[in-house]
Design a binder for this molecule. Structure first.
Ligand SMILES: NC(=O)c1ccc[n+]([C@@H]2O[C@H](COP(=O)([O-])OP(=O)(O)OC[C@H]3O[C@@H](n4cnc5c(N)ncnc54)[C@H](O)[C@@H]3O)[C@@H](O)[C@H]2O)c1
Length: 237
């Protein structure tokens, strides 16, 4: 595949390495304010892999769709445009793959979270919170992964109706605690606490390779398909 990378930061560089190992060709590495980042140049690629910033992602997707190439994206923090994007992709027969987290381990962890939430729905003596820890350069909080975890809990636990990113006494709100520390690729913990014990599950990324591998596999999967896909389609867990 001829790949155009959009966003050549920490993730862009990891993806380049994995894509080359898997015999793909990186024909462009577009970053901010790049005069080569044009629709004509995008048309030369088979696919775009987009890991940029919350504020630029949506515009970048639209540019790729104008060039009529499929997009795989892992940028977080743009989901205020989610509905608009879904409608556009469906109406215009485009191809889009999105995951708040591309690692196999995290997607297994998502399933464990759902399973545990279904059980814990019956046990109201447990309160629940999520803690996510990331490197200090991360622009959005809470993380996209924490939001996915929170939504899966809210969908399965009747006593929680929404998530909140600050401590609260409102028991129907699920607290997501966001911590920022140097050199942490991403750690997520879900805790169920009662007066007598604590049940806790954690996923800790050791580096960014797992995310990058998932993104390249998603690109291989998306070629030739139309519509919107996510990690459930790729992994069939
Ligand atoms: N889904 C996942 O599995 C996953 C994993 C890790 C990171 N992320 C997300 O991916 C995004 C990128 O993460 P990162 O760690 O590589 O960040 P980073 O800050 O290292 O890299 C982002 C790059 O995008 C560039 N950029 C800014 N505006 C741009 C524009 N308009 N067009 C093109 N490029 C632009 C920046 O200059 C920078 O080089 C973040 O939103 C992060 O939360 C997702």
């Amino acid at each position: 595949m001829k790949i155009a990378l959009i966003g050549y930061g920490k993730m862009g560089k990891e993806i380049e390495e994995i894509a080359i190992q898997r015999k793909h060709e990186i024909i462009y590495k577009f970053d901010v304010n790049d005069s080569n980042f044009t629709i004509d140049n995008l048309k030369k690629a088979d696919i775009a892999i987009e890991f940029s910033t919350p504020n630029s992602a949506y515009q970048n997707y639209m540019k790729c769709f104008e060039a009529n190439i499929p997009v795989v994206s892992g940028t977080t923090g743009w989901l205020n445009h989610k509905e608009e994007l879904q409608n556009y992709v469906k109406a215009n027969n485009k191809s889009f793959f999105y995951a708040s987290n591309f690692s196999l381990g995290v997607n297994i962890f998502f399933k464990m979270n759902e399973f545990l939430a279904k059980i814990m729905n019956r046990y109201s003596s447990y309160n629940i919170d999520i803690t996510e820890t990331h490197h200090i350069q991360k622009k959005d909080a809470p993380s996209g992964t924490a939001i996915t975890l929170a939504e899966d809990i809210i969908n399965n636990i009747e006593r929680k109706n929404s998530w909140i990113n600050e401590e609260t006494k409102d028991t129907d709100k699920l607290y997501i605690n966001s911590l920022r520390k140097v050199n942490v690729p991403g750690t997520h913990t879900i805790k169920y606490k009662s007066d007598v014990d604590i049940i806790e599950i954690t996923h800790e990324a050791k580096n960014r390779k797992g995310f990058a591998e998932g993104a390249v596999l998603a690109a291989e999967f998306l070629i030739g398909k139309k519509g919107i896909y996510n990690m459930n389609d790729l992994l069939n867990l």
